[in-house]
Design a binder for this molecule. Structure first.
Ligand code: XIL
Length: 452
């Protein structure tokens, strides 16, 4: 059934941005200089989630073309140049949730030049690019939908955790939780003989109380290490003992409550060599095997993962395959490979490409997960509309690929919404916007899987 056209139009009548100084001049004649920019605010209404904002703009009496910038609910949604006299229709793809929205147009001041803004309305979002799959994708796109949990990284550091909207947005939108920071060694094990479980307990309690499974992140990594690890030289035996104590204590604390762990994080460099780290330098490549064996002993029922970024293909993926195959062949406990997928918006890989990336690991007899996906836009904004399309297609194709590979057991994004993201809010890399509204891309990722 065709979607009912969302309506709108609080501002059907043409609006003018007058060229004369815009200030409410009457009461206090002011000597202030006229502002360098004008703005005009309109309100639009929509009944439907996910939409395009359509505006008609005309530059009258302008000597040269004029740039128009548009904000919706205080969020920059795009800009265009408008040539003098020309009527120009601008379509700005923005995530619009049902209800009223404030749209503000900004233009720089130009003598005698008037900007006329009309026909502001919202129309339903265009179909997700994934609806036009690349040749070869059809079988994957049409694969039976599985219930894959959609997870998000959550941070219990106070600046984020105490944001009133944060926890609700998570609960409304996501099925599973990965602690973004507070299980990392620098937080949870700040001194050799002191563990700090408070922040991580907060998350695990919250997840448990709300029926959300937790993916533990992360036990052995080269970053976010405490000083007591980085500030001295270790013998192999000492470091191995310290690693065992860390894994035993952390996994032991959450035994039976945290069902899966990124035991080793980011062990490879781009060329497939082992990444230099205190672990590798002191223990050699065997640090991976040691960590996995300690982890299995600490909680025999937990699923153990190796996690990395840029491991969809190329030398890094080949190295990961070699290592996992070797571990499996020697009976070392390893249950899954995580693909972080911190991507930048660009031409999207096809679903079939991503399926191939996942299968190179599942063919070895392990699970896969997308563990940290985010897709940053280029904040230069020039190709914003195109970037958003790419972003949506990248997320959607990754979700469709995960759905089509039965061993893909979870799809996690690296943050609840754009307000708090390590990529910078201006890159809008997540599925909810800075006001925690679901973007169209949220719905297309959800739609790749069976309903919860
Ligand atoms: C990032 C967090 O999101 C930031 O808040 C923190 O400052 C640095 O770490 N790969 C990983 C994650 O495995 O742990 C990283 O998380 C992002 C890259």
């Amino acid at each position: 059934m065709r979607a009912r056209i969302a309506t709108a139009i609080a501002a059907m009548a043409a609006l003018s941005l007058a060229a004369a100084p815009a200030a409410p001049a009457a009461k206090k004649p002011s000597k202030r200089k006229a502002p360098a920019r004008w703005e005009k605010t309109v309100r639009v209404h929509t009944a439907q989630p996910g939409a395009q904002l359509l505006v008609q703009v005309r530059a009258i009496n302008c000597a040269k073309s004029i740039s128009v910038q548009v904000e919706m609910d205080k969020r920059y949604v795009g800009g265009r140049r408008v040539a003098p006299g020309r009527k120009r229709e601008i379509a700005l793809p923005v995530a619009v949730s049902p209800g009223w929205h404030r749209v503000v147009f900004h233009t720089p001041r130009q003598k005698r030049c008037r900007l006329r803004v009309g026909l502001v309305r919202v129309k339903p979002a265009p179909p997700a690019p994934a609806n036009a799959p690349a040749p070869g994708d059809a079988a994957y796109v049409n694969a039976p939908k599985r219930r894959v949990p959609l997870g998000a990284a959550v941070d219990s550091r106070p600046a984020v955790w105490n944001d009133n909207q944060y926890k609700d947005a998570f609960l409304r939108s996501f099925d599973a939780l990965t602690p973004e920071n507070v299980m990392k060694m620098e937080y949870i094990h700040p001194e050799r003989n002191r563990y700090n479980f408070a922040d991580a307990d907060l998350l695990v309690d919250f997840a448990e109380a709300n029926g959300r499974p937790v993916h533990g992140h992360t036990l052995v990594w080269h970053e976010q290490l405490p000083q007591w690890i980085t500030s001295r030289r270790w013998s192999a035996q000492e470091l191995s003992d310290a690693m065992r104590d860390h894994i035993d204590t952390v996994m032991g604390h959450y035994r039976g409550r945290v069902g899966e762990w990124d035991v080793v994080n980011e062990p490879f460099q781009e060329d497939g060599s082992f990444r230099p780290s205190v672990w590798h330098e002191t223990l050699g490549p065997a640090f991976i095997e040691q960590a996995l064996r300690f982890a299995h002993r600490a909680d025999p029922s937990a699923k153990l993962f190796i996690n990395d970024f840029n491991n969809e293909g190329g030398p890094k993926a080949e190295a990961m395959v070699r290592v996992v195959r070797d571990l499996k062949s020697r009976g070392v406990p390893i249950h899954g490979v995580g693909l972080q997928m911190h991507w930048g918006a660009g031409p999207p890989p096809s679903v079939a490409d991503i399926v191939r990336s996942l299968r190179r690991y599942t063919d070895l007899g392990v699970e896969v997960q997308i563990t940290e996906m985010d897709v940053g836009l280029n904040p230069s904004m020039r190709d914003l509309a195109e970037h958003r399309e790419h972003q949506q297609a990248m997320f959607t194709n990754a979700a469709l690929a995960c759905n089509a590979v039965p061993e893909c057991s979870r799809f996690t994004v690296w943050g609840v919404g754009d307000k708090y993201t390590w990529r910078g809010a201006e890159t809008e890399p997540l599925l909810l916007d800075s006001g925690f509204n679901a973007k169209p891309v949220y719905h297309s990722v959800r739609g790749a899987f069976a309903p919860r």
